[in-house]
Design a protein. Structure first.
Length: 213
């Protein structure tokens, strides 16, 4: 079982609820499956390169313009995206860890998604729609937020955007573990809320290990 973990939480572990959830999730998973191979990418240490017009042309112009051949500059601009896609193609489970910022995902996570969600990397555009070029079976979102959110909350600009993007490339099995209400000045039960999320993450790790045994 190959797992790719992308983390976009710049806070230290003791202050980052999303990281604490991730730590419990992976601890349980490794305990139950010693053969699990985990690749960690910390976007705060390895920030995605800028998504440029040259990179856009490299991936999209051949789709939009018959006979278009990307220039060397355009091909070079796609290096980071190609590098990340190579890792993703060998991934069974993709785990994204992040806090909610301004009712959406951190900019570094959005940038990473903009790089990898290009045609020719994880999917091919066909006359019948997008055809997956990956073997990712499951997407896990480990999220924290200061505010409390209800199911299908219209203020949530994070999980629907990510879920829809991956569903568009053939991945619909998504689990979201969310520690909301993490502002101690607004929510006196923030620790309990985090504990519930951690327990849910451990249970999810068990389910995943059962599915892959």
């Amino acid at each position: 079982m190959n797992i790719l973990h992308i983390c976009a939480d710049p806070q230290p572990m003791e202050e980052a609820a999303s990281k604490q959830i991730a730590a419990s999730f992976f601890a349980q998973l490794v305990t139950l499956n010693e053969n699990a191979r985990i690749t960690n990418v910390d976007l705060t240490l390895e920030q995605p390169a800028e998504y440029t017009t040259a990179e856009f042309r490299n991936f999209w112009y051949p789709q939009l313009i018959d006979g278009y051949v990307p220039t060397r500059e355009e091909e070079a601009a796609a290096h980071y995206a190609n590098e990340q896609a190579t890792i993703l193609r060998d991934t069974d489970i993709l785990v994204l860890t992040m806090p909610m910022w301004n009712y959406s995902m951190p900019a570094m996570m959005k940038a990473w998604l903009d790089h990898i969600l290009n045609p020719g990397l994880l999917y091919t555009i066909t006359d019948k729609g997008n055809e997956a070029n990956h073997k990712i079976k499951k997407l896990v979102l480990l999220v924290s937020s200061h505010q409390v959110f209800s199911e299908n909350d219209p203020r949530d600009g994070l999980s629907p955007a990510i879920e829809t993007s991956f569903e568009d490339i053939g991945l619909s099995d998504v689990s979201v573990i969310w520690a909301d209400g993490q502002n101690p000045k607004l929510h006196v039960d923030f620790e309990q809320r985090k504990a519930v999320a951690i327990e849910a993450a451990e249970e999810l790790a068990e389910e995943i290990c059962e599915d892959f045994n």
